[in-house]
Design a protein around this ligand. Structure first.
Ligand code: SF4
Length: 398
């Protein structure tokens, strides 16, 4: 038995063989992933994931000073992504499409803040051309040359390629030329064909999502990856999804971070069908998804907790369950708030520092490519300013 397994104090005997593999650096297989999802020993699982994370990242926890921008919520898949609360039909109440000047105006928030990244995602608009996005990226770079741009999910890239009748590679090359730094990881949902047929039947397939990311990696564009959990998927679907991500990472090494995304059921068709309101997942499930990912995705450098979805409180606990990265300052969170998230939209910079230190970890501000840009901070305020149920309007993007 490898040294240190006793220190994990595992209560579930089924975790022992998996822990032995983790401590010995042996890759987990599908059966191991299923055992991790099946266990009721959440704390044992968390200690194992924390061990794997600490071995890789020490006590450092990354965060970014970022600003989310959603240029449009108009989406041609509005009626077929049944889990989505963000999208609107063009003439539907609440539909919006921002002009470039409006996007630039919103981005001006960055001037008064230590912003280092714009995170730009939105719906699949039937008429917005590739030039709208390349002009947007160029305009943002002219105005904010030091801010990285992480923009457009694989779904949006594939949509633009269809509109322009060109390849996804052509779209990525154009965006990179206009200032794109990296791609966000949205749109992956769960790759299972059966699950997609239920929750996103017209969205690009899992294989197509992987293809876009592979192309991005070949072009030197780093990307993130995600999984939307807590709806109709099974544990086997989750493990298969993680295995597909891991296989691409073996091939390209292009993923920076994995982000487990908790499904929110308010204001969407799937939530109505499931009879769920509020949150579909529990804290137990949220923490388990973080820990399993850290253990199974042995080749993805970082695992991020997304506080707008699971609350800053749970994100702080997730830092002891395998996470080494926290969603950033955000400023305007619209996707999950449309789906019933009651968290605040903006996390003050020093609150992130406080949150990370409070978990016994060392905060490191990073840029989009996970290069450390700041590790010394003023003392954060003694009391938290983030609030439960802050009542601000709330968002999921493509
Ligand atoms: S999840 Fe994305 S692609 Fe699907 S309807 Fe919502 S915005 Fe559109």
């Amino acid at each position: 038995m490898p040294e240190g397994i006793e220190a994990l104090r595992l209560r579930d005997p089924a975790l022992h063989p998996v822990a032995e593999k983790v401590l010995s650096g042996v890759r987990l297989e599908t059966a191991d992933g299923l055992a991790l999802y099946a266990t009721r020993d959440l704390l044992g699982l968390g200690r194992l994931a924390d061990h794997a994370n600490t071995r890789r990242n020490g006590d450092r926890v990354f965060f970014s000073a970022n600003q989310h921008i959603n240029p449009t919520n108009v989406c041609v898949l509005r009626n077929t992504c049944t889990f989505c609360s963000f999208a609107r039909m063009p003439r539907e109440g609440g539909a919006y499409t921002r002009s470039l000047e409006e996007v630039f105006h919103e981005a001006e928030q960055a001037r008064g803040m230590p912003t280092r990244e714009f995170h730009i995602v939105g719906g699949l608009h039937p008429k917005l051309r590739l030039s709208y996005y390349t002009d947007m990226l160029r305009g943002l770079k002219e105005r904010h040359p030091d801010v990285h741009i992480k923009a457009l999910t694989a779904v949006e890239i594939a949509h633009l390629a269809r509109i322009e009748r060109c390849s996804e590679r052509d779209v990525l090359v154009a965006l990179k030329g206009a200032g794109l730094t990296s791609l966000p990881g949205g749109g992956a949902e769960v790759f299972s064909t059966a699950v997609r047929a239920t929750i996103a039947e017209r969205k690009l397939t899992g294989e197509e999502w992987i293809r876009v990311h592979r192309t991005a990696h070949e072009l030197g564009i780093r990307t993130n990856c995600t999984m939307l959990y807590g709806h109709v998927e099974t544990a086997a679907d989750r493990v298969d999804h993680l295995a597909m991500l891991r296989a691409l990472q073996d091939e390209t090494g292009g993923f920076l971070t994995y982000i487990p995304l908790a499904y929110h059921p308010d204001h969407n068709e799937l939530g109505e069908e499931m009879g769920r309101i509020g949150t579909a997942t529990t804290g137990y499930e949220d923490l388990k998804n973080v820990a399993v990912a850290r253990l199974f995705l042995d080749n993805v450098p970082h695992v991020k907790t997304h506080w707008p979805m699971v609350t800053p409180f749970l994100s702080q606990i997730a830092l002891g369950f395998g996470c080494d990265d926290v969603e950033g300052t955000v400023v305007y969170e619209r996707v999950y708030h449309e789906a019933g998230a009651h968290t605040q939209m903006h996390m003050p910079y020093l609150e992130l520092v406080r949150l990370i230190r409070g978990a016994g970890k060392r905060p490191v501000e990073r840029d989009s490519l996970y290069r450390a840009v700041r590790e010394e901070f003023d003392d954060p305020p003694p009391e938290p300013t983030f609030r439960r149920g802050a009542g601000l309007p709330v968002v999921h993007a493509a």
